[in-house]
Ligand binder design. Structure first.
Ligand code: BMA
Length: 816
């Protein structure tokens, strides 16, 4: 929570005029905002998310653009500055034709003094955006040697030259349109006495409680005495500070007795204290959560550990990777992001990784994570490319890191700062570093060292991890395949076309990326495609797949495990089922390795536009099949069936991430393909706190031909679950019609109660409606005669207020 209130401020957000530098295009644009959205609103471009319109809007980023507005000021004296952040990216700001700022880093905050350029009465402010495409090209040409970038991820060239979100240049899930605009604060502020430059905190947990060390950096143009109020909760004090010209750091230590601790979701409360820093006309608020964080990397027989210890307790991290909330800033909102993050927590996640190809998110994003108990693995914004190591570039990075770390380091949710995404791997992806590894490795180390040094200077207690993935500090090994230490990105199943079983061939310490794609849901497909496009390889559908070979991989995997679906919508459904199965296979096995493995973050939580991707949430926030399964396979207490290496047995593995021991009762049945269950085994056992253990082993030979295994369990803490196991592949079984029927009743709340009944065996029963919404459960199995009641909560009302229409899928009917 950061708020700035000042009587001496001219807020410049709101309406500006937008003109292409050649004068050919003109409209208005609302700030904060992005240029493409403004052009779309003015009908100057088609919706880039529909059809193949992405191709038709490429000209936008090739232009220079000019934003301009007027404002009046009555009192001009020597103390005004421009406060601007998230300016995207290479831009010059003019005030009454005088250049007052030359910016080239979307991740910095700029506060130039503009007093000399201001005039009494009317003023004109103009921002000249230089085309990122041309700026990238010019900077690449000036490099002492060529600096390669990933052409697959970045179809728009040279994005690595610019400090702006790398996925703006395209990605294997993003459209490539190089957006530009101004996404943060834009205001003129008067520097009356002093202003707050930074508020940085750190905490020391001691016997008598917690010491919260607060360092406030004040900035003044001239020496002055200012009253500064500091408060933490009810503890408030006033200090009269003599500030010198330039920066002055004021330090204070609050003692919190009987501290209420902040815990990750599922492990305890998210107690928060409010820290307030007040100058006469400025108030800064920070949310403080009291907690300790350690990253354990002790050596052991397998290599070395990778585990987070929060408040003295090792926490298994369950989560996913976060990419930007939308490809276009103007389409983002706090509500939409809150919905996505709440979905993460509802699926029993306790960590997200803010991936290095997007943004350092806004303050409110981390406030939400603090409140929700979502730990944040925070990457620095470098991804999949190599980067310049020239002095000017490194100096720019140093300032970016300094600003971002000081801005964010108070958040209890942020538990780790990571140098980049996949830059060590990138050293092996291009011919230049393969031919001259020394040069590029040294260049990489200069960048990585710059980031580390700036981080430690800004927040000495912050936990630093050099890169994701990394096998260790100063270890440049292959963390895509070596599983003994560090964090791992395991992509062999998707990118190397290995079978789902292959997830069980590795024993990661912490898997921070692994993923499997699906098509986005039908409602979302309908938002960008017409009826004629509804074919898995139509040009429009292929256009909404950005990973080369992605659709072939999805279809090929279906051949491996299923009978080919009979229609486009069934293909979409089955693609989501197999995605969910892939990720479930990995997570269940890796959780069973606890405490050898202490985290799994799948790739990826969300989407930036409507596209086939690895996400578990559709663009717009609806849950794909994977997200419903994630809620189960991430449940703090769960049971999973893990096939043994011998091919003969199936082990039921219990895992318990809670702080209490639990007793688990489980029943295993043989299920005929007619949907009739026959009890096979019952078992009960204890699973200790923070442990995994085998509850029961079943011989695969106990499963008759033409049957599968199903089970259910209940734990002493009330958590329940169910599942099935097919001995071979689904396509080998002669499933029969499930005879699914649904009855719906609209409740006074506007929710819909849906009764789903099967007359035979129904696997992966999935409800889909014509209006977006959430189901109390979805993608479940039914046996013959079983009825399940589901509550559907629409996220918005249908236009004509009619009852939502439902469509129901199951495995057998997807084939026919
Ligand atoms: C990982 C990520 C992204 C990418 C994903 C899927 O390596 O870091 O770069 O989108 O793979 O290929």
């Amino acid at each position: 929570m950061t708020s700035h209130q000042s009587a001496n401020m001219i807020d410049l957000s709101g309406e500006w005029s937008l003109t292409s530098a050649d004068g050919a295009h003109k409209t208005i644009m609302s700030l904060p905002g992005d240029v493409h959205s403004a052009l779309l609103a003015a009908d100057l471009i088609p919706d880039p998310y529909r059809g193949r319109n992405e191709n038709d809007v490429q000209w936008v980023a090739q232009q220079d653009w000019i934003l301009e507005r007027r404002f009046t000021i009555n009192e001009v004296d020597a103390s005004w500055y421009l406060d601007i952040d998230n300016l995207d990216t290479v831009a010059v700001v003019f005030l009454n034709d005088a250049p007052v700022l030359s910016a080239d880093n979307c991740f910095r905050r700029y506060r130039p003094d503009v007093s000399k350029a201001l005039q009494q009465g009317e003023n004109v402010i103009r921002i000249h955006f230089h085309s990122s495409i041309r700026a990238g090209e010019e900077r690449q040409a000036k490099q002492p040697f060529y600096v390669p970038y990933h052409t697959g991820n970045s179809p728009i060239a040279n994005g690595n030259m610019l400090r702006k979100p790398q996925s703006h240049f395209g990605w294997d899930w993003n459209l490539a349109i190089a957006p530009l605009g101004c996404y943060g604060t834009i205001a003129l502020k008067k520097l009356d006495t002093a202003r707050v430059e930074h508020v940085v905190t750190h905490q020391l947990h001691v016997d008598s409680g917690v010491e919260v060390h607060v360092a406030v950096t004040l900035f003044a143009a001239e020496p002055v005495i200012v009253p500064l109020h500091l408060s933490l909760g009810d503890d408030r004090l006033r200090l009269d500070i003599g500030v010198s010209a330039g920066e002055t750091v004021v330090r204070h230590v609050f003692h919190v007795e009987n501290p209420k601790l902040w815990w990750p979701a599922g492990s305890g409360e998210q107690a928060l204290y409010e820290l307030k820093v007040e100058l006469p006309d400025e108030t800064i608020v920070r949310q403080i959560g009291l907690r300790t964080v350690e990253l354990l990397t002790d050596k052991d027989e397998a290599g070395s550990r990778f585990a987070f210890r929060i408040n003295g307790r090792e926490i298994f991290c369950r989560g996913a990777n976060w990419i930007p909330a939308d490809a276009l800033f103007s389409l983002t909102s706090q509500d939409k992001t809150e919905d996505l993050l709440c979905s993460a927590v509802e699926a029993n996640m306790n960590m997200i990784r803010v991936w290095g190809g997007g943004f350092y998110e806004a303050d409110w994003f981390y406030d939400l994570c603090d409140r929700l108990g979502l730990m944040v693995w925070q990457d620095f914004m470098f991804s999949c490319n190599l980067y310049p190591c020239t002095d000017d570039f490194l100096e720019n990075v140093d300032k970016e890191v300094d600003y971002q770390v000081r801005r964010l380091s108070s958040h209890p949710s942020i538990v780790l700062w990571c140098g980049d995404n996949e830059l060590v791997g990138a050293l092996t992806w291009f011919k230049e570093p393969l031919e001259n590894r020394d040069r590029y490795l040294v260049a990489y180390d200069r960048l990585n060292r710059t980031i580390e040094t700036a981080l430690k200077k800004a927040a000495p207690e912050a936990i630093w991890w050099p890169s994701s993935p990394a096998s260790g500090y100063l270890d440049y090994g292959d963390a895509w395949h070596a599983d003994g230490s560090g964090d791992m990105h395991y992509w062999s199943v998707w990118h190397e076309n290995k079978s789902f079983d292959n997830y069980r061939s590795i024993r990661p310490r912490f898997c921070s990326e692994f993923g499997f794609q699906s098509y986005t849901s039908m409602n979302v497909i309908r938002s960008y495609a017409d009826d004629k496009d509804m074919n898995i390889s139509s040009p429009v559908i292929e256009h909404h797949q950005k990973n080369v070979g992605g659709n072939e991989r999805i279809a090929g995997t279906m051949f491996r495990y299923f009978r080919f679906p009979g229609s486009f919508d069934n293909f979409v459904y089955l693609s989501q089922v197999q995605q969910a199965l892939a990720i479930k296979t990995a997570v269940e096995f890796w959780r069973s390795l606890k405490p050898h493995c202490m985290g799994t973050l799948y790739w990826q939580l969300n989407d930036t536009w409507p596209v086939a991707s690895w996400s578990s949430l559709d663009y717009g926030g609806s849950w794909k099949a994977l997200h419903y399964l994630a809620r189960r396979f991430f449940q703090p207490v769960s049971v999973a069936a893990i096939p043994g290496d011998d091919g003969q047995t199936l082990a039921f593995s219990m895992v318990n991430d809670t702080a209490e021991n639990v007793a688990i009762d489980m029943n295993v049945y043989v299920m005929g393909l007619d949907g009739e269950r026959i009890p096979l085994r019952s078992a009960n056992g204890e699973c200790g706190t923070d442990a995994a253990a085998t509850l029961l082993e079943v011989k695969l030979s106990d499963i008759p031909a033409d049957a599968i295994l199903v089970w259910d369990f209940i734990a002493s803490n009330g958590m329940t679950g169910e599942g099935h196991h097919v001995p071979d592949t689904y396509k080998m079984l002669e499933f029969r019609p499930a005879g699914l029927e649904i009855e719906t009743a609209t409740l006074a709340s506007g929710q819909v109660e849906i009764s789903v009944r099967a007359s035979g065996l129904a696997l992966f029963v999935m409800l889909e409606s014509d209006v977006p919404g959430r189901y109390s459960d979805n993608v479940f199995d039914l046996s013959a005669g079983e009825v399940r009641k589901i509550i559907f909560t629409p996220t918005r009302k249908s236009e004509d207020n009619s009852t939502p229409q439902f469509r129901i899928y199951d495995l057998h009917s997807s084939y026919v």
